[in-house]
Ligand binder design. Structure first.
Ligand SMILES: Cc1cc2nc3c(=O)[nH]c(=O)nc-3n(C[C@H](O)[C@H](O)[C@H](O)COP(=O)(O)OP(=O)(O)OC[C@H]3O[C@@H](n4cnc5c(N)ncnc54)[C@H](O)[C@@H]3O)c2cc1C
Length: 386
């Protein structure tokens, strides 16, 4: 019997398992996931944005499949049952830029996005002021508005996992601690419990922990955990309904539950796990910026927050999805740098195609190769980034 071992049962591992199960291989697949509560996993800590604005075409194509799967979850994934629901809402996304060069790039990207069927509008400053009267757009020359979705990441993860389990996939509560390699192939996975699994193909979907798994087969990767802070606040003053908003300086906030969520990466801090959230960062750095953009946000109340970690690929902020050429039955799917939830359905489908169909079939994802890491050749990407 061939055995496909998936390391990590987050949204990437679970989507891969689900797509393999749909193709009739459930009996050959084992997902190894040490923590069924997913306390430190990235997936339940995500914001939940399913973004339809990227400047890399393949990222757009992946988002569109993610949008279709999450917005039609009961129909696509759970066969009509809704024990877990990603609660897809089409809230929209407004990406704002300054400077003639950036406006040109925005327009070129919007054309590519429209060619894929996404309704993207470019709004000038006057239109922005009219549509969002509570906001200040003095430092914005144009913005692109797209009909993006937002989901509940935990609902999506548990929905995908339970759909995979419903199709016969086994999840082992265990941890991969070692891999045997012989003649350029992974032959055995060693688990923390002492158990061993024979391996035909192994998929490394361990996100921030994936570099350690890569190390077991001698595959150097630059991927590392980058803390991403989320601050949840509510506003005393009523304002108009807004989409997720982001500037080309990376500052972003979005409606969330009965308030708003402000996301923040502390660029310049060394990579690594750091779970501490310093509320002074919100009070001293983010709140003034929020109030500058929306004077009504002078009267807000910080209600809480959390920290998660991007599996950051510092080369170009895009995933690595490839077989390791020195150990070709080892597949790496990591380095999502903040896009992994929206792209998980497409990545799971793509890994199924790599394993069962000999290569990418639905979307050509060959640009996300490991070779570009070895050759230090970033994918050009001027879209919204981490
Ligand atoms: C704050 C924040 C906001 C984000 N917002 C968005 C967003 O709006 N939209 C979007 O698309 N993406 C977003 N992301 C990114 C997204 O969350 C991730 O890209 C995605 O969840 C990655 O899924 P994963 O399955 O690879 O990782 P994870 O969910 O981290 O799963 C990896 C799993 O591997 C397991 N594991 C670790 N070591 C081992 C081992 N040795 N053996 C077996 N298993 C192991 C872990 O227990 C974990 O459960 C955000 C991320 C963060 C942190």
């Amino acid at each position: 019997m061939s055995r496909i071992v998936i390391v990590g049962g987050g949204i990437i591992g679970s989507s891969t398992a689900y797509h393999l199960a749909r193709a009739g291989c459930a009996a050959d697949v084992i997902v190894v996931e040490p923590d069924p509560t997913y306390e430190f996993a990235a997936t339940p800590r995500a914001t939940g944005g399913v973004r339809l604005q990227h400047s890399v075409r393949e990222n757009m194509e992946m988002s569109l499949y993610g949008d279709a799967v999450y917005s039609g979850f009961a129909e696509h994934v759970t066969g009509g049952k809704v024990a877990y629901d990603p609660q897809f809402k089409r809230i929209g996304y407004l990406y704002q830029v300054k400077g003639a060069g950036n406006v040109e790039l925005l327009q070129a990207d919007a054309e590519m996005q429209r060619s894929l069927g996404v309704e993207v509008d470019i709004l000038d400053r006057a239109t922005l002021r009219q549509r969002y009267p509570s906001f200040v757009f003095d430092a914005v020359d144009a913005a692109a508005l797209s009909p993006d979705g937002q989901i509940d990441p935990h609902g999506a993860l548990m929905g995908m996992r339970s759909a995979a389990e419903g199709l016969g996939i086994t999840y082992l509560k265990d941890r991969v601690v070692g891999l045997d390699v012989a003649n350029g192939r992974v032959t055995t996975a060693h688990l923390e419990s002492g158990r061993t699994l024979s391996v035909d193909t192994i998929v490394n979907a361990a996100n921030c922990w994936s570099p350690g798994i890569c190390g077991m087969v001698g595959m150097p990767v630059p991927i590392a955990p980058m803390p991403r802070h989320q601050f949840f606040f509510d506003s005393r003053a009523e304002i108009e309904t807004i989409p997720a908003m982001r500037g080309d300086d990376g500052f972003s906030f979005r409606p969330h539950s009965l308030g708003y969520l402000c996301g923040h990466s502390r660029h310049g801090e060394p990579f690594g796990f750091n779970w501490e959230q310093d509320h002074k960062v919100f009070e001293q750095e983010l709140w003034p910026r929020l109030a500058e953009r929306c004077p009504a946000f002078e009267a807000i109340k910080l209600k809480g927050g959390w920290v998660g970690h991007y599996d950051m690929n510092p080369l170009d902020g895009n995933m690595v999805l490839d077989r390791f050429h020195k150990v070709p039955n080892f597949i790496l799917a990591a380095g999502f740098s903040g896009h992994g939830l929206m792209h998980a359905p497409a990545v799971g489908r793509a890994i199924k195609e790599m394993i069962l169909e000999g290569g990418f079939r639905s979307i050509d994802l060959s640009r996300f190769s490991y070779r570009r890491i070895e050759e230090n050749e970033p994918i050009p990407d001027n879209g919204p980034r981490a």
